[in-house]
Design a protein around this ligand. Structure first.
Ligand code: 5GP
Length: 122
């Protein structure tokens, strides 16, 4: 999928709309989700124009990959969630019900999160 720079996270990166920033480095920005689903719900996004985790993995430079991965650890330290634990996930495309087409990790924490996903009746 072609990257569309009118998505909401691109606007946050440009500073066109505000965010509740938790952490930033040269390659990544982390901010609180506007509609948190757990007591702690932070989104970590790369600064580059990637739609999905797969695209990021395939196309990002080594520096971007490293900077992004380091940001995840820094966010966990900043939030104090490393010891109690968390869940980190990324929704991809249609089947993953991805809403914002700029790659992001959800960092969910602050309570016991139960099993990974709900079984789906088909
Ligand atoms: P997705 O379904 O794409 O994995 O998740 C998108 C997430 O972005 C949702 O959890 C939603 O609440 C969050 N979100 C959507 N718009 C905004 C916004 O303007 N600001 C912030 N901080 N989060 C947003």
């Amino acid at each position: 999928m072609a990257y569309n720079d009118q998505n909401i996270f691109a606007k946050i990166l440009r500073g066109d709309i505000p965010c509740d920033k938790v952490y930033e480095n040269d390659y990544a920005l982390a901010f609180r989700d506007i509609a948190p689903q757990t007591p702690v719900h932070v989104l970590v996004i790369p600064k580059g124009p990637y739609v999905s985790y797969v695209e990021f993995s395939e196309q990002a430079s080594d520096a971007e990959l490293a900077g992004f991965m380091r940001a995840v650890g820094a966010v966990a330290a900043e939030l104090g969630i490393a010891e109690a634990g968390s869940r980190i996930l990324s929704n991809q495309g249609e089947d993953g019900n991805q809403e914002v087409p700029h790659f992001h990790l959800h960092m969910l924490a602050g309570k016991n999160l139960g099993r990974m996903i709900k079984p789906i009746d088909e």
